[in-house]
Design a protein around this ligand. Structure first.
Ligand code: FMN
Length: 355
C-alpha cells in the first residue's frame, strides 16, 4: 500500500510517501540556495513520492524569518525551476507550500534564538493578522488587515500559484495551519473581526475559500491542490474543532481541493501537544477522511514502515507525510521498501554491483 502509486488529477505519485515541508531558514531575499538543492534533492533521490518545499512566503512581510524561502516576485522563479527539474528527474513530484506567517512573522531563525526581531535587527513592521492580538507578550502587536489588504493577499496567493506553475512545481500545498495567517482567520481565538471575515464559521473560513478559488483559477486543473489545516487547536474550552475541520474540508473539496493534510496546533504558545507520541495526529486524518469524503494525508510521529503501512491499509489516510524522521534518514523510503519487501528503483548511479 505504501508503495502503491496514487493518481491525483493528472499527476501520478510513485508511492504514498510525502516529504513534509520543513523550513530551512537558509535563504537570502527569499531565494533558493544550494542548501535547498541538496536538502530537497537528497530526499527525492531517497525515493519519496512527493517532495514539498518549505513554507514559502507569498509576500515579503509574510515570512517567518528574514531567511525564509519566498515566491513574491518573478525573480524567484529561475532558481526554483532548477530544483523542480532535479526532483522530477528523480521520479518524485516537486511540490511547494504557499504560506503567510501572519502574526508569527519577523522572528529570528531557530538557531539564532527564534525570538521576535525588531527593525534594527533585520525584522519588519507591521506584521499583519486578522485581529490586533499578539502571539504573546514578546511578539509585536499585529496590524489588522483591511478589506483592501485581504483582496491584495488573495491576489498574492494567486500570483504565487502562477509562479509555482512557471517554476515547474506539480503539486501545491496551501498552508492554513499551525498558527500562521490563514489559520489565524479560521480560529475564533485569533479572529475577533466583526466584518464578513470574522464571527461565525462561514465568515471565518471565507478567506481560505477565497484564496482557494483564486488559486484554482491560476493553478492548472491537471495539477493537484492540497490544503494543510490544523484540525484541532489543542486549546481547552475553545478554539477550532475537528467538526469545523470536517465541514471546512467538505467545502474545500467542492472548490477543487484534492487532499487535506491533517496537522494540528500552533495557534498559541505553550500548548501541550504530544509531538513525541507515535502517530499523534493520525486519528484526525482518519476523522476528516471518513466524515468529509476527501483524501487525507496523515502527518506527525510517523517513523516506521509498518506504522505507515497500517495507516494506509486501515483507511486512516491516503498518503503519509514525514518530517523529522526524513531529516534523520533521507533514504527512509528505500529502507521502508526493504522492510516491507517491496521493490523500489534506486537511482541508476547507486543501483550497480561493486566493480
Ligand atoms: C525543521 C522543521 C521545519 C518545519 N517547517 C514546516 C513548514 O515549513 N511548513 C509546515 O507546514 N510544517 C513545518 N514543520 C512541521 C512538519 O512539516 C511536520 O508537520 C511536523 O514536524 C510533524 O511531523 P513529524 O513528526 O514527521 O516530524 C516543520 C518541522 C520541522 C521539524
Amino acid at each position: 500500500m505504501l508503495f502503491t502509486p496514487l493518481k491525483v488529477r493528472d499527476v501520478v505519485f510513485r508511492n504514498r510517501i510525502v516529504v513534509s515541508p520543513m523550513c530551512q531558514y537558509s535563504s537570502e531575499g527569499g531565494f533558493l540556495t544550494d542548501w535547498h538543492m541538496v536538502h530537497l534533492g537528497t530526499r527525492a533521490v531517497g525515493g519519496a513520492g512527493a517532495v514539498i518545499a518549505e513554507a514559502t512566503a507569498v509576500e515579503e512581510r509574510g515570512r517567518i524569518s528574514p531567511n525564509d524561502l519566498g515566491i513574491w516576485s518573478d525573480e524567484h522563479v529561475v532558481a526554483l525551476e532548477r530544483m523542480t527539474a532535479f526532483i522530477d528527474s528523480q521520479g518524485a513530484v516537486p511540490g511547494i507550500q504557499l504560506s503567510h506567517a501572519g502574526r508569527k512573522a519577523s522572528t529570528a531563525r531557530p538557531w539564532d534564538g527564534g525570538v521576535p526581531l525588531d527593525e534594527r535587527h533585520g525584522g519588519w513592521r507591521p506584521v499583519m493578522a486578522p485581529s490586533s492580538i499578539a502571539f504573546d507578550k514578546s511578539y509585536p502587536l499585529p496590524k489588522e488587515l483591511t478589506l483592501q489588504d485581504i483582496d491584495d493577499l488573495i491576489e498574492a496567493f494567486a500570483d504565487a500559484a502562477e509562479r509555482a506553475r512557471q517554476a515547474g512545481f506539480r503539486l501545491l500545498e496551501l498552508h492554513a495551519a499551525q498558527g500562521y495567517l490563514l489559520h489565524e482567520f479560521l480560529s475564533s481565538v485569533t479572529n475577533r473581526r466583526t466584518d464578513r471575515y470574522g464571527g461565525d464559521f462561514e465568515n471565518r473560513i471565507r478567506i481560505v475559500l477565497e484564496v482557494t478559488e483564486a488559486i484554482r483559477i491560476r493553478w492548472p486543473q491537471r495539477l493537484p491542490l492540497f490544503v494543510r489545516i490544523s484540525t484541532v487547536d489543542w486549546i481547552e474550552n475553545g478554539g477550532w474543532s475537528i467538526e469545523e475541520s470536517e465541514e471546512l474540508a467538505r467545502q474545500l473539496k467542492s472548490r477543487g481541493v484534492d487532499l487535506i493534510v491533517c496537522s494540528s496546533g500552533g495557534l498559541l504558545p505553550n500548548l501541550r501537544i504530544p509531538t513525541m507520541r507515535a502517530g499523534y495526529q493520525v486519528s484526525f486524518a482518519e476523522y476528516v477522511r471518513h466524515h468529509s469524503g476527501i483524501l487525507t494525508c496523515a502527518i506527525g510521529g510517523i517513523t516506521s514502515a509498518e506504522q505507515a503501512e497500517t495507516i494506509l491499509e486501515s483507511g486512516q489516510a491516503d498518503m503519509v507525510a514525514i518530517g523529522r524522521e526524513l531529516l534523520n534518514d533521507p533514504y527512509w523510503p528505500i529502507h521502508a521498501a526493504g522492510a516491507l519487501r517491496e521493490k523500489i528503483d534506486l537511482p541508476v548511479q547507486y543501483a550497480r554491483e561493486i566493480d
